[in-house]
Design a protein around this ligand. Structure first.
Ligand code: NAP
Length: 302
């Protein structure tokens, strides 16, 4: 089959090539992948994986072989899936890592959901009840950020969305942001929760904006810059503030089903900001690093 594979010997770190057909374990379905989405972390680390590894994690398509153990969706079902090896014409996924996509949800849009949706959903859950609370989302123009803005709003929060420029803030108010700010300098009122995607100076500033008892979910570090906390800046009077890591995308199937359901109900817009053939993968990577994609890049495996 054709696939996008790791190629550490090239400057790009990847290439389109023939790859062996994936072999499913008894608890895995085989999916004919029609659309796949691109995540920041995957493209930042292109060429880091052993040569020939089929890249990618987010996919949507049709089940062409059901799981041998009888679990999961049947042949012909439209599914969205999360797992390694997604950027091939066919891919195998554990039945705990897929969700059925109803006809009313576009399959390409569904492909945008997995990693960013699971991340936004799980970090919000981890932060606790946000009804009536102030939630700050940094890197709100990106994939995780857009999903986080919408889910936090749906959960009843007052949402402050931070972006890098006014143009990057376009459309966020319509998705539920109560305030769209450029950087964090103009945020003066403290917040209860931060969903932090940028790292570096953003992480330090966001920590300073957190109320006593507040939770900062450190999701990502898109800036790649170091975070320098001034002496004593972690100290705070009152209830302890927490800084939490996130990295748990295990068994995503039920959360994928929730994300698909929220999409079907019009609560969540998967936010496809770039769409094109997977032969244009290089363009998608450049646009993502150039911060020109509002939301997600979705490739068609045409
Ligand atoms: N912990 C986990 O399991 C997990 C899961 C998913 C993602 N992540 C991480 O979370 C972060 C966000 O992921 P994503 O998929 O939302 O990425 P994305 O779509 O590329 O969005 C990242 C956002 O960060 C902002 N940014 C600020 N400085 C940047 C810089 N120097 N380079 C690039 N972007 C910069 C950009 O917003 P402006 O242009 O508006 O400034 C951009 O929209 C990434 O670091 C990713 O690796 C972690």
């Amino acid at each position: 089959m054709r696939a996008l594979i790791s190629a550490p010997e090239t400057t790009e770190g990847y290439r389109h090539a023939e790859a062996p057909e994936p072999v499913p374990a008894p608890d895995q379905v085989t999916v004919e992948v029609r659309h796949a989405s691109v995540n920041f972390g995957e493209v930042r680390h292109l060429g880091f994986q052993p040569a020939g590894t089929v890249l990618g994690y987010d996919a949507a398509g049709y089940v062409v072989q059901a799981a041998e153990d009888g679990s999961g969706p049947a042949v012909g079902e439209r599914v969205v899936a999360f797992g390694p090896g997604a950027w091939g014409e066919r891919a195998v996924f554990g039945t705990d890592s897929v969700a059925v996509v109803p006809e009313k949800v576009d399959l390409a849009a569904a492909a945008a959901l997995p990693l960013v949706g699971i991340t936004a959903l799980r970090t919000l859950r981890d932060a606790g009840l946000v009804l009536g609370r102030r939630v700050l989302v940094t890197g709100a123009s990106g994939g995780v950020g857009r999903a986080a803005v919408q889910l936090a709003k749906h959960a009843g929060a007052y949402v402050v969305a931070s972006v890098g420029s006014p143009a990057r803030g376009e459309g966020l108010a319509a998705l539920g942001a109560d305030e769209v700010v450029v950087g964090l300098d103009t945020v003066t009122e403290p917040v209860d929760v931060v969903l932090e995607n940028v790292g570096g100076a953003h992480l330090v500033a966001a920590w300073g904006l957190l109320k006593p008892g507040g939770v900062l979910e450190s999701i990502g570090w898109a800036s790649g810059e170091p975070a320098v906390f001034p002496p004593n800046s972690i100290f705070a009077l009152g209830a302890a503030k927490s800084l939490r890591s996130f990295g748990d995308a295990a068994e995503p199937g039920p959360d994928l089903a929730t994300l698909v359901d929220l999409t079907a109900r019009g609560v969540l817009d998967p936010g496809v900001g770039w769409r094109g053939s997977w032969t244009r993968f290089g363009e998608a990577v450049e646009a993502l690093f150039g911060r020109r994609i509002p939301g997600k890049a979705v490739m068609d495996l045409d």
